[in-house]
Structures are given as structure tokens and as C-alpha cells.
Design a protein around this ligand. Structure first.
Ligand SMILES: [Fe+2]
Length: 289
């Protein structure tokens, strides 16, 4: 999903950049079936919900064999499209390794898949989240550049001790972003498109807030990792997101953010562009048990 913790211990089989051989042949028939089940379910659900570049990018995942994609074949296809490749990692990896991969147009993907009896439960991002959720948009030239720009920004953020602020930008765009498309809202964040439940909730529920994207505001906003988001941010297009990320001078922004309070997930500010003022009924009901 987003980035890991710097205290992770690198397993002995991982290289210094945390990559491991995918060893595609070791996946069992059951594991490939889990991929196929999830793939068929989400591919059916997403038309009309996911942003067009995501739906177009799904083509990159149609490989010569069904089941979990072989990263060698996938990377060859992706490389021809936008110059990105997919590399296998054991799970969450440290921030510096993660940013370095993105800055070099390599997407690290978890080298395991959830079990058949836990299709909707995910403790750590697996290959379905990472590949189905993230790779289609890496086939979009603008989004592909945004991901690289994010990685470069991440490497620069290390010396400012500001990773947790920058991680929110990733969270509210790459993982849980919404986009305006032909006067409609569509989903593009990997955490949403790869989730059977949230790909409905994020668009149809009246519970969450939907607010216009603002870079600084997003970086002040806390997020939750344990359930559906309580606030989504809506961008106008990928070009604008890329441009803002490339043109923002993050050093003074980080200094300014130090002086501003973090915003709880449900906060709505007077200056927000509010598309949905959510009821938060879903979160309140969950909290009430
Ligand atoms: Fe992710």
C-alpha cells in the first residue's frame, strides 16, 4: 500500500534494494485461482466506476497465461508502454528503498497473495493489491510520471524528516484518490479499485466526505488504515496533479506544515471545496460496535 517502516528487518533472501526473485513457478494452482477470482470480480465491477485510464491500463495485465502475472512478462509489456517495470519484494519495505524504486520507475510488488477464505481481508499489501491496483495506471504516461515524481520527492523528504506528511499525499492520491471525469466522480486509487467493498462505498455511500484536492490540505490530513476512508480528495486530472507535485517547492512547505496542526479525518475547513459533506454514518456505526 503506502510505505513501510524504517525499522523493518531485511530477510536474508532479499537483495540490498529489498527485491527478491518472483519465482513465479512456486505459486500453487489455488493461489493462481485466488488471483483469477479477484481479477474477474473487480474487472466486472469497475466499468463505470474506475477512471478511464485505469480501465484502459487493465490491458497490460492480460498476459499469455491466466493467474498471478509473471513479472518478467508484465515488465516487458509495461516497459514498452511507459518504461516502468515491476519488481518483487517480500512485503512492506523501508521508505528509502521504496522511494528509490519509484524514482527509478520500478514498482515494488508484494510476492504473496491472500488466501481464498480471506478475499476481502488484507493485513499487508499482496500481489493483487499491488499489481491489479497499481500497475494499470503505470501504463498511463502522465500517472507514470507522477509516480516517479513522487519517488523523487520522497527521497528529498528524507532529510526534512517529513515522510509522514508526504505519505499522506500518496495515501489520498495513489491509494485512495477520486477524479472528476465528464462531470462524474470516478475512482483511481489502488486501495479503492482493488477493494470489492470500497469501490462501491467510495462513490455511492453518503457517509464519507468528498473534498476538492488541495496539496497542502491533503498533507495535513490524518488517515485511517483499518477501514474505509472517511474523507476522499477529488482531483480534476492527472496532469494537474503531476504539475503541482513537480512545481511545488516542498522544503518551505514542510516548514509551514510544521507550524500547522494536523487535521483529523472528518474535519471540514471553511475553505474546502465540499462535494459531499458526509454523514459519517458508516464510521459512527462501526465505532458504536
Ligand atoms: Fe498500494
Amino acid at each position: 500500500m503506502a510505505t513501510g517502516s524504517p525499522t523493518l528487518t531485511r530477510p536474508p533472501e532479499a537483495a540490498t534494494d529489498w527485491t527478491v526473485p518472483q519465482d513465479w513457478d512456486r505459486f500453487t494452482a489455488e493461489e493462481h485461482d485466488v488471483w483469477d477470482t479477484l481479477f474477474a470480480r473487480q474487472s466486472k465491477q469497475l466499468p463505470g466506476r474506475a477512471a478511464q485510464p485505469f480501465l484502459d491500463g487493465l490491458d497490460v495485465l492480460h498476459l499469455s497465461r491466466p493467474g498471478i502475472p509473471n513479472f518478467e512478462e508484465l515488465s516487458e509489456k509495461l516497459m514498452k508502454t511507459t518504461g516502468w517495470e515491476v519488481v518483487a519484494v517480500p512485503g512492506l519495505i523501508p521508505d528509502d528503498a521504496f522511494f528509490d524504486h519509484l524514482a527509478n520507475r520500478r514498482f515494488p510488488a508484494g510476492n504473496f497473495i491472500r488466501t481464498a477464505d480471506q478475499l476481502d481481508y488484507l493485513q499487508e499489501p499482496d500481489v493483487f493489491h499491488d499489481v491489479f491496483g497499481h500497475v494499470p495506471l503505470l501504463a498511463d504516461p502522465v500517472f507514470a510520471d507522477y509516480m516517479q515524481a513522487y519517488g523523487e520527492g520522497g527521497l528529498r523528504s528524507l532529510k526534512f524528516g517529513a515522510i509522514h506528511k508526504l505519505a499522506r499525499l500518496y495515501w489520498y492520491t495513489v491509494e485512495f484518490g477520486l477524479i472528476r471525469e465528464d462531470d462524474d466522480l470516478k475512482i483511481y486509487g489502488a486501495g479503492i479499485v482493488s477493494s470489492h467493498g470500497e469501490s462501491i462505498f467510495a462513490l455511492d455511500s453518503d457517509s464519507p466526505n468528498r473534498l476538492g484536492f488541495d496539496l497542502k490540505r491533503t498533507m495535513r490530513t490524518e488517515y485511517r488504515i483499518d477501514d474505509y476512508q472517511q474523507t476522499y480528495f477529488v482531483i480534476d486530472d492527472f496532469e494537474g496533479l503531476l504539475q503541482q507535485t513537480q512545481e511545488t517547492d516542498f522544503a518551505p512547505l514542510y516548514s509551514e506544515l510544521e507550524t500547522l496542526e494536523d487535521l483529523p479525518v472528518t474535519t471540514i475547513l471553511p475553505e474546502d471545496h465540499v462535494m459531499t459533506h458526509g454523514t459519517q454514518a458508516y464510521a459512527l456505526a462501526k465505532a458504536a460496535g
